[in-house]
Design a protein around this ligand. Structure first.
Ligand SMILES: Nc1nc2c(ncn2[C@@H]2O[C@H](COP(=O)(O)OP(=O)(O)O)[C@@H](O)[C@H]2O)c(=O)[nH]1
Ligand SMILES: [Mg+2]
Ligand SMILES: [Zn+2]
Length: 306
């Protein structure tokens, strides 16, 4: 990653080149070319906001700078609530979300379900990362909830960022994908990032040189290439994204075990709360659907933006 553009890039100013947004630099974007050069690019004013992870077309302009002319179609875009009721993009083209949890701090299942809903909505593959597996206390108390997730087909990985347990398997899962870590504060996201990207500080320094923008703060979402393949979007501070743009219907469908029952609700606009003839509630009463999951659905319903 250096600032020198490729010869063919600088001699073909009219051609649009492909690149990937790897971080925001205040008013410009750092775009990485397929050969690994990083170019600071402006965007055309009318262009919608590019997010880290976006594939773009750009054209070179004066002084080793570029201009983004098009954002290429995305497979997914994660949003978080921003100012004035608007949303802001967190990351584009993610295909895996690593949902990290632990026994200390205690596992927040409501947050896990919220992430799972977002994953179902955007067709992102969620992986549940049970970190701090080296701690002996409290595992049995969350085992019943974990077996619910397992029965729903979610993959759970036992990991210790401290001892290294499970990290080889995790690296294999990350290869070939664009992933991001999510989870409440204190569960070990930074520790896992450091284990997966041992030379992160060096890369940050190289990026700062390459993009010609001085030291960029590590609070900005940044896309890193992993040593064993795949990309990791490190997004400190914005890891808790909300239910922006999730409708009531998408919320219910985000509980994947509800899906086969929803079509049997008596009314097509059933809210699955106190509605007559609700097949989801019937399945809860028959213990086909976990009551805990259903209750968390009701709680998340309350949290939906009006
Ligand atoms: N015992 C144990 N502690 C861990 C593990 N991973 C992280 N921690 C500790 O948990 C605390 C929070 O970790 P951190 O990575 O900052 O969490 P973050 O807030 O999610 O980024 C720190 O004191 C870490 O040393 C682990 O696998 N085992
Ligand atoms: Mg952290
Ligand atoms: Zn219903």
């Amino acid at each position: 990653m250096n600032a020198e553009p490729e010869r063919n890039e600088s001699t073909a100013p009219s051609t649009h080149l492909k690149g990937r947004v790897i971080l925001h630099l205040g008013k410009s974007l750092a775009v990485e070319t397929p050969t690994g050069n990083v170019i600071a690019c402006h965007t055309r004013r009318r262009l919608s906001t590019a997010a880290v992870g976006d594939w773009v077309l750009w054209e070179p302009c004066e002084g080793n700078l570029g201009r983004v002319v098009q954002i290429l179609p995305r497979t997914s875009l994660l949003l978080r609530p921003g100012r004035n009721g608007k949303t802001r993009p967190v990351a584009a083209n993610l295909d895996q979300l690593l949902i990290v949890f632990s026994v200390r701090p205690p596992c927040d299942f409501l947050l896990i379900d919220q992430y799972l809903v977002v994953c179902e909505r955007h067709s992102i593959n969620p992986i549940l990362i049970f970190n701090k597996i080296d701690l002996s206390c409290g595992k049995e108390t969350i085992a019943p909830q974990l077996s619910v997730y397992r029965s729903l087909g979610y993959r759970i990985l036992n990991i210790s960022a401290k001892t290294g347990q499970g990290l080889t398997e995790l690296r294999g899962i990350l290869a070939g994908h664009t992933s991001m870590l999510a989870g409440q504060s204190g569960v070990g996201k930074s520790s896992l990032t450091n284990a997966l990207l041992p030379d992160k500080e060096l890369r940050v320094a190289a990026l700062s040189r390459g993009s010609g923008h001085g030291k960029h703060t590590t609070t900005t979402a940044t896309l890193y290439h992993l040593p064993d393949g795949g990309d990791l979007i490190d997004s400190p501070g914005v890891a808790i994204f909300g239910l922006a743009e999730i409708s009531e219907q998408a919320l219910a469908e985000g509980f994947r075990e509800f899906k086969e029952h929803i079509e049997h609700c008596r009314f097509h606009n059933c809210r699955h709360v106190n509605d007559k003839g609700c097949a989801v509630r019937a399945a809860v009463d028959q213990r086909i659907i976990s009551r805990d999951r259903y209750q968390r659905f009701l709680k998340l319903r309350e949290k939906l933006p009006a």
